[in-house]
Design a protein around this ligand. Structure first.
Ligand code: ATP
Length: 244
């Protein structure tokens, strides 16, 4: 079976600066795949390439066999995204926020959009909060609502950029359980950018570690295996919480 997402020798150069080169991996359907690495190594850039927001300088990325370079509409239909900023509309309640992609991208009547939005909010445990504004709920609930919105159009893939940023460890662990629950109940494939070690050990089937100095991938595999067997000092330092 070929991978749902295939990254082949992806390279990103901005001006004269190479961020990463020749990054290759595949992500299987139903996998929770984590992209990690220090600040500035290119995690968000790689995510943008995979969504079709930024054409790779070189290399090729396919999502469900569609090319991010030439078939970006088909690629986007497969992917729901939650960016780091989370960005719910402050003037809309949660149900209206989650309804928005349905109103924009489908011909469904307003009531049907609202009903689907309520169902999605139910999936993330926010049924009771549907009529509340983003300013009236906690940071963890905002992240859950943003995930509900990313799920609105039933994408087979969810990409989350630093979902636990700004959350306390208990709320972050709740979000991890939600990710695994959604994967198990809906079969969603997750690509998660994070450098929270506890989160990685809890959710990742496999992970890819980028490094700014190496300008590319320095580790690829199951987090437990990387923790036990990696010899690269940066990889070891990360998984054993050592300082280099
Ligand atoms: N459009 C752009 N033009 C020029 N440089 C860019 C552009 N986008 C990102 N960069 C640079 O590329 C590098 C990688 O950025 P990116 O945001 O992908 O890193 P990251 O690993 O996600 O970092 P962080 O963990 O801090 O969010 C950074 O040095 C950033 O300044």
């Amino acid at each position: 079976m070929s991978a749902l997402i295939q990254v082949r020798e992806a390279t990103q150069v901005f001006g004269t600066r190479t961020i990463f080169r020749d990054v290759s991996f595949g992500i299987d359907q139903g996998e929770v795949f984590v992209i990690l690495g220090g600040s500035g190594c290119g995690k968000s850039t790689l995510l943008k390439q995979m969504i079709g927001l930024l054409p790779p300088t070189a290399g090729e990325i396919t999502v469900a066999s569609y090319s991010v370079n030439t078939q970006v509409e088909e690629v986007r239909r497969h992917i729901g995204v939650m960016f780091q900023s989370g960005a719910l509309f402050g003037s809309m309640n949660l149900q209206e926020n989650v309804s928005l992609p349905l109103a924009v991208f489908t011909d469904l009547p307003k009531e049907a959009c609202a009903e689907i939005a309520r169902l999605k909010l139910g999936l993330v445990g926010l049924t009771e909060a549907a009529s509340r504004l983003p300013s009236e709920i906690s940071g963890g609930m905002v992240k859950r609502a943003a995930i509900a919105r990313a799920l609105a159009l039933d994408p087979p893939i969810l990409m989350l950029d630093e979902p636990s940023a700004g959350l306390d460890p208990v709320t972050s662990a709740g979000l991890d359980r939600l990710i695994l629950g959604l994967r198990d109940s809906l079969g969603t494939t997750f690509v998660v950018v994070t450098h929270e070690l506890a989160s990685i050990m809890a959710i990742a089937d496999r992970c890819a570690m980028l490094d700014a100095k190496a300008q590319g991938l320095i580790a690829l595999g199951k987090p437990q295996d990387l923790k036990q067997t990696a010899t690269d000092p940066t990889v070891r330092a990360f998984f054993h919480r050592e300082t280099l």
